[in-house]
Design a protein around this ligand. Structure first.
Ligand SMILES: [Zn+2]
Length: 474
């Protein structure tokens, strides 16, 4: 099964990460300082509020103390406020959210920000320093990056590199540790035992920690959602833990269309949310059995932003050595995603970057938005998966969090300013005129300087790795 295979590949990846840790020691980056929170007015911009359909043309938006304080056709601008004039051409919308990634390098955080992403949900295997230190550094304005949320991944065995939860005692300890260490969610993984899963669900409920994750083979998504799991971490998990397994004769066969309704009814009945990460399965399908595709990923302009250790690891992932084609399953996932959207199942954008070859942090989210439109979602619905719906999902679990994913009074000042109408072409979102995160304004020059520093550091790291290799060969 691909699922099982995929997880083996992940474990190989982590062994590989350790082997090339030295390469990751990039030179110090010359980056701009983190801007202060300030009083700032966007004037004469077209606003996509995302808490309702449509556009607020030629509006002004006032930000103060990290919050949006007013949205109106015209505003009295406080003395001393900075003014960003959209001149009736620029568009302002909520900052984006990537609700499934594994990006924890400091450079990844700056890259996410530079690409308009102001909320990131790290879905497991982050080092303690990321959850314990980086998250606070960003929140305190010491480091540039999106708001960080994190899930602690737990599994039934150590084979995929996750924390092992074997019984009820472990489950209790894991949920307490997650909660004490600031994790926002518990992420369940494939090989948990049924009793361990049930105990995790109980403990998570008691401690108010959200339960998210994969399909657990011994439990199945039906029972998982009944027990309170609120998020399925990939749409494709339904292939592994809900739809009937394909026959041995055609292991890559797609489920029948008639299977979809059962999944949608289940999701609706429990109010569950799905990460619609079409880009993940698409990347896997593209490289399935085709090593030359992975090579082409490594030559793409985006790959200049790939942490050097991932450049070493991507070719070692095994998808490109597999047989057959996943195209039928990918097309099924497109139709399934559209059907979920039409049925009102809340969908979140996510990527799995940069773990899967081909998925570069940040860029992958924009590719996912495009894939959702290709699957038949309207641009507004696709945009909602990275704005309003993640905001609603997070507040359902953590009501104390500020409103995000909308341009509205009282919301956190996470905003994206772009040059053209995103609803005509979402690609404009990948080259912002500026990004505001937590009321800190990063104009385009600032973002470009950060991107240039990342490229320079990674190029230098690659050059010194080549030198070391040549030295070893001599
Ligand atoms: Zn993942």
């Amino acid at each position: 099964m691909h699922s099982r295979f995929r997880r083996r590949a992940c474990r190989a990846l982590f062994a590989c990460l350790a082997a090339v840790a030295a390469v990751a020691a990039a030179p110090a980056l010359a980056r701009p300082a983190v801007p202060e929170q300030e009083t700032l007015a966007f004037v004469d911009v077209h606003v996509l509020p995302m808490d309702r359909p449509g556009v607020l043309h030629n509006h002004s938006v006032l930000v103060d103390g990290g919050r949006i304080v007013a949205v109106a056709p015209s505003l009295e601008i406080p003395e001393g406020a900075r003014v960003v004039d959209g001149k009736g051409r620029a568009w302002l919308l909520p900052g984006l959210a990537d609700m499934h990634n594994h990006a924890h390098a400091p450079q990844d955080q700056e890259l996410l920000l530079a690409l308009g992403i102001t909320t990131t949900l790290h879905m497991g295997e982050a080092p303690n320093s990321f959850v314990g230190r980086m998250r606070h550094a960003v929140a305190n304005g010491e480091s540039a990056g999106p708001r960080i949320l994190a899930a602690l991944a737990v599994d039934g065995s150590p084979r995929y590199g996750h924390l092992v939860v074997a019984d009820a005692g472990d489950a209790q300890a894991a949920v307490r540790l997650a909660s004490r260490n600031g994790y926002d969610f518990i992420k369940v993984y494939n090989t948990l035992s049924a009793p361990a899963f049930e105990a995790l669900a109980r403990e998570a409920r008691e401690h108010g920690v959200g339960l998210v994750g994969h399909g657990v083979k011994d439990v199945g998504l039906q029972r998982q959602l009944e027990a309170g799991q609120s998020l399925v971490a990939h749409a494709e998990e339904f292939l592994y833990a809900f739809f009937p397994e394909p026959s041995d004769a055609d292991p890559n066969a797609a489920p029948g269309e008639e299977q979809m309704q059962g999944a949608i009814s289940l999701l609706r009945r429990h109010g569950a949310t799905v990460v619609a990460d079409l880009v993940t399965y698409e990347a896997i399908a593209r490289q399935w059995g085709r090593p030359e595709v992975v090579e082409s990923f490594l030559r793409s302009p985006e790959s200049r932003y790939l942490p050097p250790q991932m450049r070493v690891c991507w070719p070692r992932q095994g998808y490109s050595r597999r047989d057959g084609s996943l195209d039928a399953r990918l097309q099924f996932l497109h139709r399934f995603t559209k059907a979920m959207d039409e049925a009102g199942v809340p969908l979140l954008s996510g990527t799995d970057a940069p773990s899967i070859p081909g998925l570069v942090t940040g860029f992958a989210l924009h590719r996912n938005l495009a894939a959702l439109v290709e699957a038949g979602l309207t641009p507004h619905a696709a945009l909602a998966t990275a704005t309003r719906t993640p905001g609603e999902f997070l507040r359902r679990h953590r009501p104390e969090l500020p409103l995000t994913g909308v341009v509205a009074g009282g919301a956190r000042a996470d905003l994206l300013l772009v040059a053209t109408d995103p609803l005509r072409d979402l690609a404009t979102l990948a080259s912002p005129l500026g990004v505001m995160a937590d009321g800190r304004w990063y104009p385009r020059d600032d973002l470009e300087a950060r991107k240039a520093a990342i490229r320079a550091a990674y190029a230098a790291a690659a050059a010194s790795a080549r030198e070391a290799e040549a030295g070893a060969a001599r």
